[in-house]
Ligand binder design. Structure first.
Ligand code: PCA
Length: 214
């Protein structure tokens, strides 16, 4: 039976909830057929988040890791394509940390590509009637930090592990007083299940354009 580790984040930036944790837990509670899944909550803290991720990977020995974060303001589920070796925080993390222009891994490569077939995953989510796209940047805050750390772990220590990062929109309950895009966390959870199932069954990506002009 394939093993999948989903991770979500605790709330950050003064928010009360983070739908990435809701969605990750829902996806793990009802995983795709033939999959054993677990969800782990990561602190929204530079450094500690990666320590927690590494411990969870060692403990659960997954075949696939899907790290999930909230990208407030985005209208759809986004499959992150590239992790960069850069921490540059525009807000403080949950321990007050605010690194500026520091590498995630000193001496590491500038960037890693996702280990997921991101376009095939986008196509699978869309086919289920949910909005999705490829994102060319996961930012330079804690989500990119975790994404880069995950890909570095895979590249340097666990070559048979597959993994990547998915950003999800706000849940509607977070934006009742703001004109902001949102997607119910249970829909994001369904997208995560589809992404896991797709990533477990194919390594070749789909040949469709998901590029950006600028
Ligand atoms: N989103 C933030 C960090 C935690 C989260 O859910 C980010 O995109 O970096």
């Amino acid at each position: 039976m394939a093993r999948v580790l989903f991770t979500g984040f605790e709330p950050f930036g003064g928010a009360a909830v983070n739908p990435s944790w809701t969605a990750a837990s829902l996806a793990a509670a009802e995983p795709p057929p033939g999959v054993r899944a677990e969800a782990v909550l990561l602190p929204c803290v530079f450094g500690d988040s990666l320590t927690a991720l590494r411990a969870a990977v060692r403990r659960t020995e997954p075949d696939l890791v899907l790290c999930v974060g909230q990208a407030g303001g985005r209208p759809d589920v986004t499959l992150e394509r590239i992790a960069v070796n850069l921490d540059d925080a525009s807000i403080a993390d949950n321990s007050g940390g605010r690194p500026v222009d520091e590498p995630v891994v000193p001496g590491g490569p500038a960037a890693y590509f996702s280990g997921l077939p991101v376009k095939a995953c986008v196509a699978a989510v869309r086919a289920a009637g949910l909005p999705a796209s490829v994102s060319q940047t996961a930012g330079t805050f804690v989500c990119n930090h975790v994404f880069y750390g995950l890909m570095h772990l895979i590249a340097t220590e666990l070559p048979s592990l597959r993994g990547g990062f998915v950003h999800i929109p706000f849940d509607p309950a977070q934006v009742t007083d703001r004109a902001q895009p949102s997607l119910p966390a249970r829909c994001s959870a369904e997208a995560l299940r589809l992404i896991a199932a797709t990533a477990l069954t194919r390594t070749e990506d789909a040949r469709i354009s998901e590029g950006a002009v600028c």
